[in-house]
Design a binder for this molecule. Structure first.
Ligand code: PMT
Length: 402
């Protein structure tokens, strides 16, 4: 879940009358957990599927249901429409989509939708025949054409309430939250930036079933990539890690240092920033056995001859010298001794703008864990020692430097 993105954001969650309304409770809960201020507005038919009490319990706020209830604000639909950072309608029924497309405002939610300058995200949910009906399709098209701030996610294809299978299922809450985040991030401080991040430890093949690698889980790189996405950047994540794919990133899966190098050189030709959080193997087996190496053929010992891998950051520096490459390059230094001295050397040798010095001997920092303790050393000589933090917070601190 993004750390800052939803913090104090005013999100109006519109719930309309479909069976997927129960999933709106999950969407609501996730948004609240992420720090958003969620105001739930329900249509009359939504209340037949799920009660306002559920949302009130989740948001700790009264749920709005009535266009003419003036007990809170003077003109509730205008007050809500004005303060919203995002209007999310999930589920959005065929009926609500049709009314929105024709500017009807006969309930509080529709009146807000008509009045708000905020981005609107619709998550349609209905039976396949209703979704595929030419009128619904025309309404969706009309909304896309006429309402510049509209975004539509789904519907997905899958099992429907009728028991049938087809297009019309509301997309899963995680995906809705992901897109909601991306929409909010369009106004972030890294909007318009193109950032390439690497994550995980490279795997250098010995034979078809074995490889040499290291303890990198990819968590640090993923934290940076998702934080950059949440601040509005277009992010390419080049990764070896087996973590779930975050929403809204371009993800390139690689194994070896050689593959990572190729992917990085292509991705950074037009990028603004490269952040190399991956733990890249400096050496790889000279020969990769075509078949699985059998222990019978090596009774006492087995020697592997290792050769140098390319230094990806050095290759990027060369590409940059030729006029193609990121404006800024950030590396990490995973060290077990002489942390700052070694990091300074890498900063200079790899021609970096910033290096994140990482003492990987501490059990609560470095490989695998959710926390990290780093020192940021910049090319201008400035040094900033950070305390033990979550990897998300370290990611934010690195991006603040940009
Ligand atoms: O993935 P996690 O479990 O969250 O762990 C995070 C981490 C410990 C892997 C991360 O915080 C970290 O320190 N990553 C860099 C690890 C590393 O390879 O450091 P290094 O000192 O060997 O390399 C210095 C820099 O050169 C790194 O940015 C590295 O990506 C880069 N490099 C290294 C070798 C090589 N052949 N090419 C490179 O570009």
């Amino acid at each position: 879940m993004p750390l800052k993105l939803f913090d104090h954001k005013q999100i109006i969650l519109g719930v309309t009358g479909g069976i997927a309304a129960y999933k709106a409770a999950m969407v609501c809960s996730r948004l609240v957990q992420a720090g958003a201020m969620v105001e739930v507005v329900m249509t009359e038919s939504a209340q037949r599927f799920i009660t306002p009490l559920t949302f009130q319990a989740l948001t700790h706020r009264p749920v709005r249901t009535d266009l003419f209830d003036l007990s809170g604000d003077n003109i509730p639909h205008i007050a809500l429409a004005d303060k919203a950072d995002l209007l999310l309608i999930a589920p959005a029924t065929a009926n609500t989509i049709a009314k929105l497309a024709h500017g009807l405002a006969d309930n509080l939610l529709l009146a807000i939708a008509l009045a708000t300058p905020a981005p609107i995200l619709l998550a349609p949910a209905m039976e396949t025949d209703m979704w595929q009906h030419p009128i619904t399709q025309a309404n969706v098209e009309r909304l896309r054409q006429l309402v510049k701030q509209i975004n539509i996610i789904g519907p997905a294809t899958g099992r429907l309430a009728s028991g049938g299978t087809g297009a019309g299922r509301m997309v899963e809450p995680e995906e809705i939250i992901g897109l909601a985040g991306t929409i909010l991030a369009r106004h972030g401080d890294l909007a318009g930036w193109d950032i390439v991040v690497t994550a995980g430890g490279t795997r250098e093949a010995i034979d078809p079933v074995r490889f040499i690698s290291n303890h990198s889980s990819g968590k640090m790189g993923y934290a940076i990539a998702t934080a950059a996405r949440d601040r509005g950047a277009k992010v390419t994540l080049i990764t070896t890690a087996a973590l779930p794919d975050p929403f809204g990133l371009k993800i390139i899966k690689v194994n070896s240092a050689e593959q990572m190098k190729e992917a990085v050189l292509v991705a950074t030709r037009q990028a603004d920033v490269l952040i190399m959080a991956a733990a890249v193997a400096d050496f790889r087996p000279q020969v990769v056995a075509e078949q699985k190496i059998k222990k019978q053929s090596h009774t006492e010992s087995l020697a592997l001859n290792l050769i140098r891998n390319p230094d990806i950051l050095a290759e990027v520096a060369k590409q940059k010298a030729d006029g193609h490459g990121p404006r800024m390059t950030i590396g990490f230094a995973a060290e077990t001794e002489e942390l700052l001295a070694n990091a300074q050397l890498k900063l200079a040798n790899k021609k970096l703008d910033l290096i994140v010095a990482n003492d990987v001997t501490a059990t609560d920092a470095g490989f695998g864990v959710d926390t990290n303790r780093v020192t940021l050393l910049a090319a201008d000589g400035s040094i900033e020692e950070l305390p033990l933090m979550s990897k998300q917070a370290v990611a934010e601190a690195i991006l603040d430097k940009l």
